[in-house]
Write a protein that binds this ligand. Structure first.
Ligand SMILES: [Zn+2]
Length: 347
C-alpha cells in the first residue's frame, strides 16, 4: 500500500472531494505511477456525469486519464516498463490480444474493457496503479505537461487527420476550435499543409484561437444564420473539403454539409446518444461525400503526438495549472461553461 492524496467521485454525477487513500501495490501486469501532469477536461467531466458508464459498481472512483508521470514500481510479469521510466498513458482499457489490438488498431479493440478513470481509478491523484500495457514511453524532450496534452488533446486530432488523410490540398473546417481538441487539431491540420477555418461561438474564444495558432488558421464566427454563406465566400465557393465536428450541434453540421466541397468528408468526434444527422442518400452520391466517425487514437499516435510537441512542431495550449484541491471547483466551472482551453493538474 502507498498513501496518496486524490480527488474522489462518490457517485456518477455526484460530488468531487479530495481525500487521502491507500493505493494498492501493483498486481500482475500493473504499474504504480507517480503522476506529474494530468489534463482536467470536458471529456473527464462527461465521464464524471456518467456519460461513459453510470454503473454504480464502479464508484467511488478517482477520475482522470490524460496524464504523464514516472513509473515507481511494477507488479509481477511486467517487462514493458521499469521503475524510473517517464511515461504517457493510453486512455482505453484494451485486451491486447484481439485481431485489431494485434495489428495496432487499439481504439477498435473488440474485447474493450472501458476507460481509465471509469472502470478503474485514474490519475486525479499523486499516485495511481494502472495496467502496464497502457503506459507508453514519453519521448526525450517532452515535458510531463506535453505528455498530458498528447494523451488525448493531440492524439485524438492526429487520429482525425490520418482518418481523413488531411494534406495541403484540404481546407479543414474545425467546429469547436477553442476546445483542447479543436485548438490542437487546428495547429496540426495547418502543419500538414491545410488551410484551416477555426469556428467557434464566442468572441473571447475566437480571439484565443487566433492568438495561439499559425497564420494558416482563420477564426470563423459560427453564430448567425449566414454561416453557410460566409463559409462559401471564404472558400471561393468551393466549401471546406474536411469538416471536423467536436461539438455535435446539428444546425452547424447541416450548414457544413450544405457547403461541403465535392468529395468532402465530415468527421464526427461527438457521442451524443440523442442527436442524429441524416442527409438524403442522394446528396452523398452527388457530392461523393463521406461521413466518418473517429474514435480516440492508437497507442502509436499517442507517442507520435508527444513527439510533435517535444519537437516544437505543435504548441501545447495550456491555459491554467491547478493542484488537487482546486480540481472540484475547476470541474464546476467546466460544467457551467465558464472555463475554456486546457487546464493541467500538477498533483
Ligand atoms: Zn483488443
Amino acid at each position: 500500500m502507498t498513501p496518496t492524496k486524490a480527488v474522489v467521485l462518490d457517485e456518477w454525477g455526484g460530488e468531487l472531494t479530495t481525500d487521502r487513500l491507500d493505493v494498492p501495490d501493483p498486481g500482475p501486469g500493473e504499474a504504480l505511477v507517480d503522476v506529474r501532469a494530468c489534463g482536467v477536461t470536458r471529456t473527464i467531466e462527461n465521464a464524471i456525469q456518467g456519460g461513459l458508464s453510470d454503473d454504480p459498481a464502479f464508484t467511488p472512483r478517482v477520475p482522470g486519464h490524460e496524464f504523464a508521470g514516472v513509473v515507481e514500481d511494477v507488479g509481477p510479469g511486467v517487462e514493458t516498463v521499469d521503475p524510473g521510466d517517464r511515461v504517457v498513458c493510453y486512455f482505453y482499457l484494451t485486451c491486447g490480444s484481439c485481431d485489431n489490438c494485434r495489428r495496432g488498431d487499439t481504439a477498435r479493440c473488440t474485447d474493450f474493457g472501458g476507460w481509465l478513470g471509469v472502470q478503474r481509478d485514474g490519475a486525479y491523484a499523486e499516485r495511481t496503479v494502472v495496467p502496464a500495457a497502457n503506459l507508453l514511453p514519453l519521448p526525450d524532450g517532452a515535458t510531463f505537461e506535453m505528455g498530458a496534452v498528447a494523451a488525448d488533446g493531440l492524439a485524438t486530432p492526429l487520429h482525425v487527420c490520418e482518418r481523413a488523410a488531411v494534406d495541403d490540398t484540404d481546407t479543414v473546417l474545425v467546429v469547436g476550435a477553442a476546445g483542447r481538441v479543436g485548438i490542437h487539431l487546428s495547429q496540426l491540420a495547418a502543419l500538414r499543409g491545410a488551410r484551416v477555418l477555426a469556428a467557434d461561438v464566442d468572441a473571447d474564444r475566437l480571439a484565443h484561437v487566433d492568438s495561439v495558432t499559425p497564420d494558416a488558421v482563420m477564426p470563423i464566427d459560427a453564430r448567425g444564420d449566414d454561416v453557410a454563406e460566409r463559409l462559401r465566400a471564404t472558400t471561393d465557393g468551393d466549401g471546406p473539403s474536411v469538416v471536423v465536428d467536436t461539438v455535435g450541434d446539428t444546425d452547424t453540421l447541416a450548414a457544413a454539409w450544405d457547403v461541403l466541397a465535392m468529395g468532402g468528408q465530415i468527421v464526427s468526434l461527438t457521442t451524443h446518444h440523442d442527436r442524429a444527422f441524416a442527409p438524403p442518400m442522394k446528396e452523398f452520391v452527388v457530392k461523393e461525400a463521406s461521413f466518418l466517425g473517429s474514435r480516440y487514437a492508437t497507442k502509436d499516435q499517442v507517442v507520435r503526438a508527444a513527439r510533435l510537441l517535444a519537437d516544437g512542431r505543435v504548441d501545447p495550449v495550456v491555459t491554467e495549472r491547478v493542484g488537487l484541491d482546486e480540481v472540484p471547483t475547476l470541474h464546476e466551472r467546466i460544467r457551467s461553461g465558464e472555463h475554456h482551453g486546457m487546464a493541467i493538474l500538477e498533483p
